[in-house]
Design a protein around this ligand. Sequence first.
Ligand code: BYC
Length: 315
Amino acid sequence: MTAQLQGASDAALQEAFDAVIARHDRIEPRDWMPEAYRKTLVRQIAQHAHSEIIGMQPEGNWIGRAPSLRRKAILLAKVQDEAGHGLYLYAACETLGVSRDELVELLLAGKQKYSSIFNYPTLSYADVGTIGWLVDGAAICNQVPLCRTSYGPYGRAMIRICKEESFHQRQGYELLATMVRGTDEQRAMVQESVDRFWWPSLMMFGPPDTDSPNSAQSMAWGIKRNSNDELRQKFVDMTVPQADALGVTLPDPALRWNAARGHYDFGPPDWDEFAAVIRGDGPCNAQRIAHRRAAHDEGSWVREAATAFAARTER
Ligand code: BYC
């Protein structure tokens, strides 16, 4: 009898959840949710948070070598924003019953991922502009629909993050626009940087829809609102005219306007390279994690002091 009642109430909970999803409303932390939905959110939000934190490293590499005080102030502010994005996202993830400590442990143990893009090196100052323009541009395409994701705390975090990402994208474009108006050497530096970052930027959207094991369920739950390929296409369509305006070429011989489709056609990224990078074998994976681990260890005294202070205040 008890089991029957329990069964009935489980069905009612599932029905209430399904109704919220069907009317594109929000699930909140206090609401019942299927365990698989919770797990998927933890996976995606944690991966997103880790990306923001690891993403501070490639650009942080240039803070001490920025060419002017103005550029240095801009870059410092951008990297600091990324730390903030990581914190909002870890906080959103904590509402699902995992602690930030656990998430950091999983990242450092290689059990949770972060975006493939941050495993590529930043070899010239133009990379700061290219990351802003292409990487933040791709991030905006991917993240604006996440403002309407079905989980309340994630969607609300994304609204603020997207506002800041728009500034990041513009500062990157402005930096490159300044460089291309400079010397031949500066123009060549921009082109070389764009050549390196174009394909990895397309990979940020994830595998093709036909090879994306999580997409169908995540879209049915309203966690993702668009598929990987839809967003990749949107990014290409948005970026090609910007490349023309900058006077740079994109390194894809297959890239051309398709009037029948009303979109640009483009070639496939090297999916074997993508698989290697997310497996941990990209150019900078080991360096990124080693740096993160060192920063975490060096910061342990701050965490201990804050915990001791909180305990003493409570007493
Ligand atoms: N890199 O079934 P799929 C930023 C994994 S930070 C690594 O399509 P899903 C910024 C995927 O996790 C931007 N792994 O997955 C910061 C899955 O493996 P698991 C970060 C990737 O989740 C600082 C497997 O491949 N943005 O903008 O449906 C400075 C199969 O994929 C990647 C976000 O995190 C990748 N690129 O879709 C500047 C956005 N792609 O987990 C800028 C939020 C796929 O099953 N996340 N994988 O072991 C998402 O929108 C989705 O999670 C994804 C993937 C579109 C990325």
